[in-house]
Design a binder for this molecule. Structure first.
Ligand code: ADP
Length: 497
């Protein structure tokens, strides 16, 4: 396998830019692809060459495998980096690259296929002694049998789509009376979102924390982990604040989870960058959730604490190089926190708020990194994920990283649309987050839109609001607001149509 000379990046926005910058540092030429909506996008301007691939809808452009392969051939690109989302976890695309003698910067089509099914992945990693959430090993379709199993597992249970992703097709069932209704909803959501109605049952872990491990493998059979990321601050099962390391992992637990992560990667002969997602319960028992066979949105926190450029590592592995380190060579330095700045309105159930960046001024300073794909005056396109930027702060300690983040959020000036900045400031200042004692229900338990008006204005008022919601939140156990999810998926459907 030869050196990569020209890389096509089959993506857009911040991740396309982030990949191209690392490629350029390795003297690799870059090719952008773009849709009608991205004619003036920064990734198009940055690349050495750019190829137009179609109308704005991603189904007509960024998801069109044949157009992307044709763009690679037309420009003589010898490798394709898929970024995240779009075609990054599509085994057919990985195979198509291989068939066309183009290096796919990612794992083999086989690894993607195996880990693409949650049930298949669970079966594969179980053979390598990776702990699983108690649940069914096969898809369920017989309701009486499923109810019996749910009873054995013990309520609450979670019904999940095997082909699921992005928090879709997932339903919490509190008791037997609501089983059928929730099962029907999960199946219909799975069919409409993934074209595959296979669902299974898992024990619903209460007070769960989402802890994932970054893994890396090469094509010579070496696999290591690059420590964990805590991603428990989520809205609608979607991450919005991430950090590394986690505030709750002891060195012994980190070692055990890291070994399990490496085993899970070995279970699918993995090479390239991957993420093993675990769920951690109150007693610090951990269970495998799924594997993401690509670079994650939140990879920068791992880069900050390890000092490694994960995209350059991906490119090196893709061109056949061995990993340049062993597990024992890797150390964590300091603490990194990332917030996702979305064009969303937290006061309106985090629904997207697309518009123009009338003011856009990034924060600056030591230990502050902004990964974005926009400039002042640009509009956030309606067709794609409404993330504007990722803001990452790195400092010696968790406390210092959080303080830096609060300062950086205050310095970030965005007008013209609503963003998650104020909400993230609320998280940074909240006692539950500060103390490290939080779980994936943070938003449901503590966040009330009213607190936002106070954010950033008056410290005392903010603290009082946070404390009040903390107290209220303690007695709260409810989970989902179906209307929000329905509205959101309707919106998404329109957006993709
Ligand atoms: P997706 O692929 O749709 O993102 P995941 O399996 O990764 O689905 O789960 C997403 C989130 O849903 C997790 O981060 C966690 O918050 C929650 N979750 C998943 N499985 C469970 C479970 N068994 N118990 C409690 N929460 C869960």
């Amino acid at each position: 396998m030869g050196q990569i000379k020209k890389l096509l990046v089959a993506n857009r926005g911040e991740i396309a830019l982030r990949v191209m910058r690392s490629a350029r540092e390795m003297n690799i030429k870059t090719v952008a692809v773009y849709s009608e909506a991205d004619r003036n996008a920064l990734h198009v301007r940055f690349a050495d060459e750019a190829v137009f691939i179609g109308p704005p809808a991603s189904s007509e452009s960024y998801l069109k495998m044949d157009k992307i392969i044709a763009a690679a051939k037309q420009t003589g690109a010898d490798a394709i980096h898929p970024g995240y989302g779009f075609l990054s976890e599509n085994e057919d695309f990985a195979q198509l690259c291989e068939d066309n003698k183009i290096i796919f910067v990612g794992p083999s089509a086989k690894s993607i296929e195996l880990m693409g099914s949650k049930l298949g992945a669970k079966a594969a990693v179980a053979k390598f002694n990776v702990p699983l959430v108690p649940g069914t090993a096969e898809p369920i379709d017989d309701i009486p049998a499923a109810k019996k199993l749910a009873k054995e597992i013990g309520y609450p249970v979670l019904i999940k789509a095997s082909a699921g992703g992005g928090g879709k097709g997932m339903r919490v069932v509190e008791n037997e009376a609501e089983f059928e209704e929730q099962m029907e909803r999960a199946v219909s959501e799975a069919i409409s979102s993934f074209g595959d109605g296979a669902v299974f049952i898992e024990k619903y872990v209460t007070k769960p924390r989402h802890i994932e491990f970054q893994v890396f493998g090469d094509k010579h059979g070496n696999v290591v982990h690059l420590f964990e990321r805590e991603c428990s601050i989520q809205r609608r099962h979607q991450k919005v604040v991430e950090e590394a390391p986690s505030a709750v992992l002891t060195p012994a637990l980190r070692k055990a989870m890291g070994e399990a992560a490496v085993n899970a990667a070995k279970a699918c002969n993995y090479y390239g960058a991957g993420t093993i997602e675990f769920i951690l319960n109150e007693n610090l028992d951990f269970y495998f959730l799924e594997m993401n066979t690509r670079l994650q949105v939140e990879h920068p926190v791992t880069e900050e604490i390890t000092g490694l450029d994960l995209v350059q590592l991906q490119l090196k592995v893709a061109q056949g190089e061995k990993l340049p380190f062993k597990q024992e060579d890797l150390i964590m330095q300091g603490h990194a926190v990332e917030i996702r700045v979305y064009a969303e309105d937290p006061a309106n159930n985090f629904l997207p708020d697309i518009g123009t960046l009338q003011t856009y001024v990034r924060p600056q300073g030591h230990g502050i990194r902004v990964d974005d794909g926009f400039e002042q005056g640009m509009s956030i396109p309606f067709y794609y994920d409404p993330m504007i930027a990722k803001l990452i702060c790195h400092a010696e300690t968790r406390e210092a990283a959080i303080e830096k983040m609060i300062r950086a959020i205050k310095d970030y000036q965005i007008t013209g649309l609503e963003t998650t900045l104020g909400f993230c400031e609320f998280v940074m200042k909240h006692e539950a987050f500060r103390s490290g004692q939080f779980d994936t229900k943070f938003v449901e338990n503590y966040f009330k839109p009213e607190v936002l008006n106070k954010t950033g204005n008056n410290e005392e008022e903010l603290l009082a609001a946070a404390l009040a919601s903390f107290v209220i939140g303690q007695n709260k156990t409810t989970v989902q607001e179906p209307n929000v999810v329905a509205e959101e998926s309707k919106w998404r459907k329109n957006r993709l149509a």
